[in-house]
Design a protein around this ligand. Structure first.
Ligand code: FES
Ligand code: FES
Length: 154
């Protein structure tokens, strides 16, 4: 076991785990941050997406050792009252069906809009292609990203 100190959602936490423990295990099992989902476990579905130093990453497939000096944001840390413009757009466009993939979708979409404030369809396709939705909510996701882009304009 090794002791790790991690900054998650702007708070610092300490864990005693083996170095190759996936970040997702720490988020869900140790911190009970259940908004980040386990889908495939092999970086193929995007359900477990969080931000690591602002970039969308698959928390099932990054080790705690590899993120020890980085800042991690989960869906719970995106906004205090679930009122981030992307979350509001998701609600307004009624995006989720079963909901399982949606926190990962929102984290990927938010990272996209932070990087490209007015994404084209191609930008959206490129950024979102690794986030799988078994319910097929893709067109509503696209509408919500475009609505959020408008709302995020200064
Ligand atoms: S659970 Fe991590 S990408 Fe599917
Ligand atoms: S809303 Fe059901 S998997 Fe995406």
């Amino acid at each position: 076991m090794t002791n790790y100190s991690l900054k998650i959602n702007n708070k610092t936490y300490s864990f005693d785990v083996v170095p190759d423990t996936p970040l997702l295990w720490v988020l869900r099992d140790a911190l009970k941050l259940y908004g980040t989902k386990y889908g495939c476990g092999i970086a193929q579905c995007g359900a477990c997406t969080v931000h690591i130093d602002g970039l969308p990453m698959r928390s099932c497939s990054v080790t705690i050792e590899s993120v020890k000096n980085k800042s991690i944001t989960t869906i719970e840390g995106l906004s205090i009252k679930n009122d981030h413009p992307v979350q509001l757009a998701w609600e307004a466009e009624d995006v989720p069906q079963c909901g399982y993939c949606q926190s990962g979708q929102i984290m990927t979409a938010t990272a996209l809009l932070n990087r490209i404030p007015n994404p084209t369809d191609d930008d959206i396709n490129r950024a979102m292609k690794g986030n799988i939705c078994r319910c097929g909510t893709y067109s509503r996701i696209r509408n919500a990203i475009k609505a959020a882009a408008k709302n995020m304009k200064p």
